[in-house]
Design a protein around this ligand. Structure first.
Ligand code: SAM
Length: 282
């Protein structure tokens, strides 16, 4: 009978965030596959866990994946851990998981912390709808394509970034989304120097120019809001065809009735006129 692959969430800084179930699972599986064995060893030593470790990371996953799948099929239980947080979230894990799914090997999770959720909730921004973007691509063309899809993104956006690239990323986000867009940066979450800043892209850039960023960061960026759309509409409504003006509000989730009301207000005309032009009866 096949063993089970356990995708285990590990602390993102503070070892006290390890759950009882994580410790128990790491103690009782036959093997732990780790992104960086030296790093995971610190966690294992802290909890006096002696389970054998093997490495499974970006550059050996193609060869190591099938070997681990074989062991699972032979009946071994294997825990997969990344350096921090949930495997599969901007970390290796997805490939082994997919391999197990195709080979009918049982998989489960031992849920644990992930930096994006803590960053999001601490930002104070809208958590009802959000989108996780991970690291922006480094390659310019690829990055441009991603940024284009985010220009009118309504949901709160979450990014990961390393300290030495933070300012450049803030500049890029500012150019694409506007320097006055609201943003929050969450640094060193759960660690001694945890810090959350909230402001606009421009204001946080100014702060990091004075005081260089240190540590690991989650960036939370406010979505393109109805308020911004209203402002955009108010600025240049004369240049915008009526149908497009309407679409801005419909795409933002307004009902047709509310959108018509808002368009009439923006254009300073009677509601009836908008109904007439759109051939809609009141
Ligand atoms: N799998 C991890 C997770 O579930 O959050 C993410 C791994 S990714 C390779 C590493 C990035 O996650 C860092 O560059 C940083 O953006 C973010 N991160 C990880 N730990 C963090 C922490 N304690 N505080 C802030 N950001 C963190």
């Amino acid at each position: 009978m096949s063993g089970t692959l356990y995708l285990c969430g590990t602390p993102i800084g503070n070892l006290e965030d390890a759950t009882y179930r994580l410790i128990h699972t790491l103690e009782t599986v036959d093997l732990i596959a780790a992104e960086d064995t030296r790093n995971t060893l610190k966690l294992l030593n802290h909890f006096q866990i002696k389970t054998p470790l093997v490495s499974y990371y970006e550059h050996n996953k193609a060869a190591k994946g099938p070997l681990l799948a074989e062991k699972l099929k032979e009946g071994m239980n294997i825990a997969l851990v990344s350096d921090a947080g949930m495997p599969g979230i901007s970390d290796p894990g997805a490939d082994l998981l997919l391999l197990c799914i195709t080979e009918n090997i049982p998989v489960t999770t031992v849920p644990g912390p992930t930096a994006m959720v803590s960053g999001l909730v601490l930002s104070g921004m809208d958590t009802r709808r959000f989108v996780f973007e991970g690291f922006l691509p480094r390659e310019k063309k690829e990055r441009k394509a991603v940024l284009e899809t985010l220009e009118k993104e309504h949901r709160t956006m979450i990014f990961y970034e390393a300290p030495h690239r933070l300012q450049e990323t803030l500049e890029i986000l500012g150019k694409t989304l506007g320097m006055d867009r609201k943003i929050s940066t969450a640094r060193e979450l759960t660690k001694k120097f945890e810090e959350v800043k909230r402001g606009t892209i421009a204001s946080l850039l100014a702060e990091y120019e004075k005081d260089a960023p240190k540590g690991e960061f989650v960036l939370i960026v406010e979505g393109y809001s109805l308020q911004q759309q209203k402002l955009a509409a108010a600025e240049d409504w004369e240049k915008i065809p009526l149908a497009e003006h309407m679409n801005r509000y419909l795409e933002a989730g307004m009902s047709q009735k509310d959108a018509m009301k808002q368009v009439a207000k923006d254009r300073n005309v009677a509601k009836r006129e908008i109904y007439r032009l759109l051939h809609v009866s009141e």
